[in-house]
Design a protein around this ligand. Structure first.
Ligand SMILES: [Zn+2]
Ligand SMILES: [Zn+2]
Length: 327
């Protein structure tokens, strides 16, 4: 297969490879680290022929013969999808991932029935109408086709030093976008491989849902502060171009969430009890695209939960319903 390689050396022995994302017009950046005959990879794109062909072509292009280690930042399909094609089996690379991502894989990509049912119940208690809940809870199914899971050889906690190529990087656990999301930091050169945690153009989706941590937005904001405090010289994100001013980007993202907090406090101050679905509709209006509707609900819930933890809204639960009101 002829492959147009989108490959750049972003630091000595570190290559950024841009891979297509099937069903979306975006790209995901994965990073190849070289060490003579061997190469290591951070994230791996989806399990699709053109994407895998580009990875193999890139490995050959940098003069390596074998993929040694695959580290993934989190298990979303554009980062983890091809894991099973590259790692985990005989003759394949060793897979490293955070241990909080490991239990998410099977219910999300292998045996979906339980999670689909869990998501449906979660949508219903949060005020999503029956028919929409049915469709939305099934929207995950398509993704399982572009993911080929692999068993990890190493489960990370955070704060480990891992060797990629000829570099040693520190694992930075940054939960929020996903429970076991990690960034990698090269202290010597100040390079922060940020995954989806800090993106230059988008605010990453932070959602409260059955597989999230219980207060993902506080987790996320704390992680942003920790990454800014590292004062990286260059941030290498999974989507978009590398950028230098991490602090300015973190300030922008933090301000974005602060504004959203204010909007939501104002909405529920309108009186009465609100479902998260009603709050999401008020915030973003009706969305046409199913996936966007679910993301909007999850994002609204993450804000509501953080506000409840801070005592700025009140959360009440009964069997079959979760509701929010002014504190
Ligand atoms: Zn992601
Ligand atoms: Zn991503």
């Amino acid at each position: 297969m002829a492959v147009d390689l989108e490959l750049d050396e972003v630091a000595a022995g570190v290559f950024e490879l841009r891979l297509p994302i099937p069903f979306e017009d975006g790209l995901v950046n994965v990073y190849l680290f070289t060490d003579g005959d061997e190469a290591d990879l951070l994230d791996c794109g989806m399990n699709a022929d053109d994407s895998l062909a580009a990875i193999h072509a890139a490995i050959a292009h940098v003069g390596a013969r074998r993929l040694r280690t695959l580290v993934i930042t989190h298990i979303h399909p554009d980062h983890y999808g091809a894991a099973g094609a590259l790692a985990g089996g005989p003759g394949l690379a060793d897979l490293y991932m955070h241990r909080l991502e490991v239990p998410l894989v099977h219910p999300r990509y292998v045996e979906l029935e339980h999670l689909v049912e869990q998501v449906r119940a979660y949508l219903l208690v949060n005020g999503v109408p029956d028919d929409e809940a049915e469709v939305l809870s099934n929207s995950q199914r398509a993704l399982s086709e572009v993911v080929k899971p692999a068993d990890p050889a190493v489960q990370l906690d955070g704060a480990e030093r891992v060797v990629l190529g000829r570099r040693t990087l520190r694992v930075e656990w940054t939960p929020g976008h996903s429970p076991g999301h990690i960034c990698l930091f090269d202290e010597g050169e100040g390079l922060l491989f940020a995954g989806d945690h800090v993106l230059p153009d988008l605010s990453p989706n932070i959602g409260l849902h059955p597989q999230s941590t219980p207060d993902p937005l506080h987790d996320y904001l704390a992680g942003l502060r920790r990454m800014a405090a590292l004062e990286p010289k260059l941030v290498l994100p999974a989507h978009g171009r590398p950028f230098a001013d991490a602090k300015a980007r973190v300030d922008t993202l933090t301000a974005h969430h602060a504004r959203r907090f204010e909007q939501i406090v104002e909405i529920v101050a309108g009186g009465g009890e609100w479902s998260a679905w009603q709050v999401a509709l008020e915030l973003w209006g009706p969305r046409d695209h199913l996936y966007e509707k679910r993301l909007a609900l999850q994002e609204g819930l993450a804000h509501l939960q953080a506000l409840a933890v801070d005592g700025r809204v009140a959360k009440s639960v009964r069997p079959g319903s979760v509701r929010w009101r002014s504190a």
